[in-house]
Design a protein around this ligand. Structure first.
Ligand code: SF4
Length: 542
């Protein structure tokens, strides 16, 4: 037993290693990136014999995208090893196919999927709530309220996964992922041996097998719900009956911060149910509802519990939360929003509102190669009053803002090329898709194959800075030297694969090449190469 001060992401990584992890897989995405970074650091320490109590090596790998990461974890589980896959919430959309289907296979080694949601969209394009996807896939979900629970629940998640032969989700949010507290750790368990599933047919989801597995999954839900109703992760604490409070995950901390004042104002603490294990504990919810005059649900993300609650209790009593407007529907919760929902007056001198730092508009680093690429692109496009520039997710998204004003769309990973293709197909000309090298491998390549197949008249600009810059300079899945070969292999005419240096000294020559390729009637690719400055700094420090 030891004590360490850990971020939520670090606590999950260490918990997985102490659970006897065999392999972990991920694609970078804020706020989940540090899970894999920590695992890679721990793997290095293990290899050097400096990780106490962890005798066996484990894999910790970045993957091309969240779907490939999920499938790698699934394969490690098939081989009998404990496996983990981690991603941000929108990454689960990319991995939704294997995620939903993996609930139907008979998980062998424990399979844990960690999804980091981003209420408030600190670094995301939406604030979707992954608990809904766990519910949709009929997958149990654990939601830690602090870093200790993040560590403990990771160990529990592997046990649960093997007990029910199902994947288990751990859902965290940005605030928990990136804040620290002291965590008491345990002795590491030994890794399991390689062993294949007893019946291979449980992994062959042809319709006859899938129907049987679906039936078995629905059958398991009764036992899992029973466990949820009895789980110490879903404690029901008796209290005043005028108000019943339900909290979920980190929202418990915001509630507890206000509890002394609330108890003083009401004469006693309200009855309180905390939910850390899903599916929701329906019996305990009914018990709370029956005992209390009205219910307040405090949860970060979408109103999952609030909605499900309305479906399991008879109407009549007031249920407050996001749907009814007492808790803000948008953005991240904080102690003050929860305080207001509890009917308490604003705290003097401690209001979160007053702690908001001055705005710092995001911008590209001084000297970023993307700025030089945008300079060349914009000059080449001056000859075309009607044109479109679609783009993607990465530092280069900032090209939408002044002084660049160079791109017009950012929707999801890889959409730049797909959208450019669609626009070009219906007659818009010229159309340019701007995408980073990491995003290209993540989800752009298949769209490019569509463009080659249909000889779509468009130009793809790959900003190749040899890194995933926006999430802190993780390595791109393949080095720059391999990109041209990948483009040729995808069928792009070698005469229209142009590799340029993204530097202002090359500006005139780069503009000329852009003009040539904009005039070309067919799919062309311009690769703008120069290393990200942050990646260079990181490499120098290493
Ligand atoms: S981190 Fe790298 S890619 Fe991102 S803005 Fe800075 S230099 Fe450019």
């Amino acid at each position: 037993m030891a004590f360490e001060t850990l971020m939520g992401d670090e606590a999950i990584a260490l918990g997985a290693v102490h659970a006897g992890l065999g392999g972990a897989f991920a694609y970078p995405g804020t706020p989940s990136t540090e899970i894999m970074e920590t695992l890679q650091d721990l793997a290095e320490r293990q290899a050097a014999g400096k990780l106490a109590g962890v005798a066996s090596a484990f894999a910790a790998q970045w993957c091309a995208n969240e779907k490939t990461a999920y499938e790698s974890a699934l394969g490690a589980s098939f081989a009998g090893k404990r496996a983990m896959v981690s991603m941000k919430h929108v990454g689960l959309n990319v991995a939704a196919d294997p995620f939903v289907n993996s609930a139907l296979v008979k998980v062998n080694g424990g399979l844990v999927v960690v999804v980091a949601d981003d209420p408030g969209m600190h670094s995301s394009q939406d604030e979707q709530d992954s608990r809904w996807l766990a519910d949709f896939a009929r997958v149990p979900c654990l939601e830690p309220a602090d870093q200790q629970e993040a560590y403990d629940m990771t160990l529990e998640a592997f046990e649960l996964s093997e007990r029910f032969e199902l994947p288990v989700m751990i859902r965290i949010t940005t605030r928990l992922a990136h804040s620290r507290s002291v965590v008491e750790t345990r002795a590491a368990k030994a890794q399991g041996r390689i062993h294949k599933p007893e019946s291979g047919m449980d992994w062959v989801l042809m319709p006859a097998v899938a129907r049987r597995r679906w039936h078995e999954l629905l059958g398991k839900m009764a036992e899992i719900k029973k466990l949820s109703n009895a789980s110490p992760r879903n404690p029901l604490k008796e209290g005043g009956k005028k108000l019943g409070v339900i909290t979920a995950g980190l929202a418990r901390q915001y509630y507890l911060e206000n509890l002394d004042d609330l108890s003083a104002a009401r004469g006693q603490a309200p009855e309180h149910l905390h939910v850390g294990f899903y599916p929701i504990p329906e019996d305990r919810i009914r018990e709370l509802y029956a005992a209390c005059d009205q219910i307040l649900v405090i949860e970060d993300g979408y109103p999952l519990i609030e909605r499900l609650l309305r479906g399991i209790v008879a109407p009549g009593k007031r249920i407050m939360g996001k749907e009814s407007g007492e808790i803000p529907y948008e953005g991240e919760l904080n102690p003050d929003t929860v305080r207001a929902a509890l009917g308490l007056p604003e705290r003097k001198g401690l209001s979160v509102k007053e702690l908001v730092p001055p705005g710092r508009p995001p911008q590209l680093c001084q000297g970023c190669p993307h700025a030089d690429s945008y300079g060349a692109l914009k000059e080449a496009l001056k000859d075309y009053p009607l044109h479109a520039v679609t783009s993607d997710i990465g530092c280069y998204t900032l090209g939408a803002l002044p002084p660049y004003n160079a791109i017009e769309t950012t929707v999801d990973m890889g959409a730049s090329i797909g959208m450019a293709r669609g626009a070009a197909t219906v007659g818009l000309e010229p159309v340019v898709a701007v995408i980073g090298d990491s995003t290209f491998y993540h989800s752009g390549l298949t769209n490019l194959i569509d463009a080659v197949s249909h000889q779509t008249n468009m130009t793809v600009v790959i900003l190749d800075n040899s890194t995933t810059g926006m999430t802190g300079a993780q390595p791109t899945i393949l080095p720059s030297s391999r990109l041209e070969g990948v483009l040729r292999g995808a069928g792009v005419d070698p005469a229209h694969i142009r590799v340029l240096r993204a530097h202002r000294n090359e500006h005139a020559g780069n503009v000329a090449v852009f003009k040539d390729e904009l005039a070309y009637q067919g799919p062309s690719v311009i690769v703008m190469v120069r290393e990200c400055l942050e990646a260079l700094k990181k490499a120098r420090k290493a």
